[in-house]
Design a protein around this ligand. Structure first.
Ligand code: CP
Ligand code: NVA
Length: 308
């Protein structure tokens, strides 16, 4: 049985195979209505639980639609309606759910919740975002980059803004897919050293550059994310905005990257804060392809989990 917990915990060959499978599955159903089944039904007879302790649009809908296209059934559960962690231990919830469903996707706050769920579940567990990482997003992003520009290995990715959970999974992705990664942001919001060290241990170049204009020189891909994540205290909003304003992705910043550089944002975005609408809606932006590819990438992830 395969869990999909983080990109550094799944070997690079398996991650590559998942991306290739996602691209093939996307092609195989091109032009079909969203609700039409795939020719192959690897989730036939399978029940998937989608648990959310935080809000979600993309993750919720893409996992649900993807599982159904592959013949599975789904139930979307809100953490606050369950006994999860307050009426019952995570371990017991994992054991109970494993008697009813064939796979669990969970979006939660603490990484420990995800890990406890995976340790005690007897069915595959997928990380749908924690405070620390968001691996499914980076699978979709790598797929999107490669669809537009070919292999991501050896390319330069620049993250401008908060060194948050999505940034952390990008660092795992750098190590596993072999691309260089530059972080540009204020020192107070640097990614955790553990993520930087993982990427470096795989031999890719990781740089921290405080000047955003210098950082994007030679960039093939520029990425950002919200300045205040779901787990961040709202009281920190003003301070974060002040620290992060110099790292906004705008036309001036994009002009300093390679002319064929792409722009990505996992969404939801706060328009004209972390990225301007001119960039988000501009010719280099692939943000809605990223959103679509969550669906295809996660279908390949679910299939891989069950094949294990
Ligand atoms: N990018 C992403 O995970 O979006 P949602 O929060 O809408 O799921
Ligand atoms: N960093 C954001 C990502 C949302 C998909 C958050 O955690 O809120």
């Amino acid at each position: 049985m395969n869990h999909f917990l983080d990109l550094h915990k799944t070997d690079a060959a398996a991650l590559r195979a998942i991306i290739d499978d996602a691209i093939a599955m996307k092609k195989a159903r091109a032009g079909r209505p969203r609700g039409a089944p795939d020719d192959e039904q690897p989730l036939a007879g399978r029940m998937v639980a989608l648990i959310f302790e935080k809000p979600s649009t993309r993750t919720r809908v893409s996992f649900d639609v993807g599982a159904r296209q592959m013949g599975g059934q789904t139930m979307v559960l809100s953490g606050s309606d369950m006994q999860l962690g307050h009426g019952e231990t995570i371990a017991d919830t994992a054991r109970v759910l494993s008697r009813y469903v064939d796979m669990i996707m969970i979006r939660t706050f603490e990484e420990a919740t995800l890990l406890e769920m995976a340790e005690h579940a007897t069915v595959p567990v997928i990380n749908g975002l924690t405070n620390r990482t968001h691996p499914c997003q980076i699978m979709a992003d790598v797929m999107t980059y490669e669809e537009h520009r070919g292999p991501i290995a050896g390319r330069k990715v620049v993250w401008s803004g908060d060194g948050n959970n999505v940034c952390a999974s990008f660092l795992h992705g750098a190590g596993q897919f072999g691309f260089d990664f530059t972080f540009t942001g204020p020192p107070a919001l640097d990614p955790e050293p553990e993520f930087v060290e993982f990427a470096r241990s795989k031999g890719v170049k990781v740089e921290i550059e405080r000047d955003p204009l210098k950082a994007v020189e030679g960039a093939d891909l520029v990425v950002t994310d919200t300045w205040v994540s779901m787990h961040d205290a709202q009281s920190a909003r003003e301070r974060r905005h002040k620290l992060l304003r110099p790292y906004q992705v705008n036309e001036r910043l994009m002009a300093a990257a390679r002319p064929d550089a792409l722009f990505m944002h996992c969404l939801p975005a706060h328009r004209d804060e972390e990225a301007t609408s001119a960039v988000m809606d501009g010719p280099q932006s692939v943000i809605f392809d990223e959103a679509e590819n969550r669906l295809h990438a996660q279908k390949a992830i679910m299939r891989w989990c069950l094949e294990g």
